[in-house]
Ligand binder design. Structure first.
Ligand code: NDP
Length: 332
């Protein structure tokens, strides 16, 4: 197998030297094990956190070992009765060409016409569930709400905006980092208004896009976006704190939100969550989102980079905003 290892713990923005691609012989399959040729692997913002040696909800990557992450692939050898050669499986041994281990760690993906296996890494997988749970359960979305989504053109953000619209939002507003993305938000993803956060003050742009204020904020970014949302919130507003990507590569701690005091007078609820604790909602999510995908009421985009040797760059480019929708590496 060819696999990406973490060679050093990055300080601030990762550099090329923090990673290495190595070739390694896999041991013979033990009873109960399978070998899988990965077809797609996911690169995700949370992986940056796993490069630091700090205690978090997922343990840090270990130095000089293959990194892990979501992937899909095809079983190419099996010593298990549960999986057969040719099965398509979802698992957590990304960042490599061949995965191997106990069959129980590999989950067969359903064969849904018109749904390629890569979709189980986003719209019908982790990032889709994040959007669904964050909006409906954590932010307690209600029909008629005005919803603001940051990081709106990414894997999670594109789903949040569309689910809000399909569930009867009054108004959906998104922010993203380029004019092309802003256009996609309104033209393709059904946002009512969108702005480029690099194009001016976030609070001012949000106030313009939401003259009546916002009821829900889905935070993927933190920093100035969270500040802006606190200012624009109506009474009883609710925020799902999903991610704060603006600080993942920061070397200095961010100042606390200056507008946090507004949570008092407005009676706001700011609630963080980790999708891994909400897989009890997977079936409800998959049924509802699967149906919207089948009718075409909900769409997705993938930004696909070819070749395992491109995985590091794909990860870093995603952090810089090169992706529309889900950033993926086609491994094969
Ligand atoms: P995306 O597909 O949204 O990719 C990351 C995007 O972040 C980039 O495309 C870029 O878009 C944007 N970005 C990067 N730096 C900044 C910045 N300084 N300010 C504003 N935007 C920035 O990734 P995901 O959809 O996978 O993840 C989105 C967020 O959700 C992340 O914060 C992630 O950590 C979080 N998350 C949390 C989960 C949970 O369980 N709580 C689960 C999954 C994801 P642009 O061009 O617009 O800048």
């Amino acid at each position: 197998t060819r696999e990406w290892q973490l060679a050093a713990r990055p300080a601030g923005w990762p550099t090329d030297d923090d990673f290495r691609l190595v070739e390694r012989e896999l041991p013979e399959l033990a009873p109960g094990e399978v070998r899988v040729r990965n077809t797609y692997m996911s690169v995700d913002p949370y992986m940056r956190g796993r490069m630091n040696d700090v205690k978090s909800y997922t343990p840090p990557f270990r130095l000089d070992e293959a990194m892990t992450g979501g992937a899909v692939g095809e079983v190419v050898a099996s010593r298990s009765d549960d999986l057969a050669v040719g099965d398509t499986v979802l698992h957590f041994q990304g960042w490599r060409t061949l995965a191997q281990g106990k069959a129980a760690d590999f989950h067969r993906v359903p064969d849904v016409p018109g749904v390629p296996e890569s979709v189980f890494l986003h719209a019908l997988g982790m990032t889709g569930l994040t959007a669904y749970v964050g909006l409906l359960d954590i932010a307690e979305f209600r029909e008629g709400d005005t919803v603001f989504v940051s990081g709106a053109a990414g894997a999670v953000g594109t789903m949040v905006g569309q689910i809000a619209r399909l569930k009867g939002a009054g108004r959906v507003i998104g922010s993203a980092g380029s004019p092309a993305k802003v256009e996609l938000l309104t033209e393709r993803y059904g946002y009512d208004a969108a702005f480029d956060y690099k194009d001016g003050d976030v609070a001012e742009q949000l106030a313009q896009a939401a003259p009546e204020g916002i009821d829900v904020y889905f935070d993927n970014v933190g920093g100035d976006h969270l500040e802006a949302a606190l200012r624009s919130f109506n009474k009883g507003g609710r925020a799902a704190l999903c991610g704060m990507i603006s600080m993942y590569n920061a070397t200095e701690p961010e100042p606390a939100p200056h507008n946090l005091f507004m949570a008092i007078g407005k009676g706001l609820t700011l609630r963080g969550f980790i999708v891994g604790n909400h897989y009890d909602r997977f079936d409800a999510f998959a049924a509802e989102v699967g149906a919207w995908l089948a009718t075409g009421e909900l769409v997705y985009d993938e930004t696909v980079v070819d070749g395992i040797e491109q995985a590091r760059d794909a990860f870093l480019d995603m952090l810089r905003g090169a992706n529309v929708g889900k950033m993926l590496v086609r491994v094969g």
